[in-house]
Design a protein around this ligand. Structure first.
Ligand code: DX5
Ligand code: ZN
Length: 218
């Protein structure tokens, strides 16, 4: 089994103290810094854009896992890469040219991936996995932290796992939304190796312990 990575989301941090959130994630034993970019179009909320990513990059030791919830992400790919994204994922249903966008990301040496919202059937975009380095399955509707995990999303994980195996691909499956100490084991057993966690980590009394629990180490 792949090593389990935890990607705490700074969406649950204090936006007036983002540097502290990043340093905390690193001291708690997180593996990736998950950055949720929302544009008020593809999703209702707005968060932050390239300048925030660029400033986080200056202080972060861990790789930046940038999740774009924006309309026509192709317009901004180069600028997020210039800002320092190490992983760059986007929603294919928000893009006019998802295949070209994946190729554009990869051509810059950054890990590229697509994200499936709960209402987007896996087979609508499965073929794009041939050009991905990672696939992200949403276990809540993108747009808000602190929502409840949708159990059916594990069926999509199963479909992705099967497709990856059948096509002899080699990529991690990431999950995002409502992940906590109670459901992490089932998630990992279903084939996920990167777990995004916002509230579970940031609202924990002992975030280091929570990260270990999410990994199944405590
Ligand atoms: C939701 C975001 C998630 C969110 C997860 O749109 O993509 O990354 O921060 O937060 P929790 O873990 O609280 O569901
Ligand atoms: Zn996210």
């Amino acid at each position: 089994m792949d090593r389990i990575l935890i990607a705490p989301s700074i969406l649950s941090g204090d936006f007036a103290h983002m540097g502290d959130a990043v340093r905390s994630i690193e001291s708690w034993g997180g593996d990736l810094i998950h950055c949720d970019v929302m544009d008020g179009m593809y999703v209702n909320n707005m968060t932050f854009g390239m300048p925030m990513i660029a400033d986080i990059k200056k202080i972060a030791k861990l790789p930046l896992d940038v999740h774009l919830m924006i309309t026509e992400p192709e317009r901004y790919i180069d600028r997020f890469i210039d800002a320092g994204a190490d992983y760059l994922t986007f929603h294919p249903d928000a893009s006019k040219c998802p295949l070209e966008t994946l190729k554009q990301i990869r051509s810059r040496g950054v890990r590229a991936g697509i994200v499936f919202n709960p209402n987007v059937p896996f087979y609508d975009y499965a073929e794009l996995l041939l050009d991905c380095d990672i696939v992200l399955i949403m276990s809540v509707y993108a747009g808000l932290g602190g929502q409840a995990f949708i159990p059916d999303s594990l069926k999509k994980v199963e479909q992705a796992k099967q497709y990856i195996t059948e096509h002899q691909l080699n990529m991690p499956i990431e999950i995002d939304g409502g992940v906590n100490e109670q459901n992490a084991k089932d998630i990992i057993n279903s084939g996920v190796s990167i777990l995004v966690a916002g509230s579970a980590v940031f609202k924990s009394k002992d975030p280091s312990k929570t990260i270990k629990q999410l990994k199944g180490e405590a």
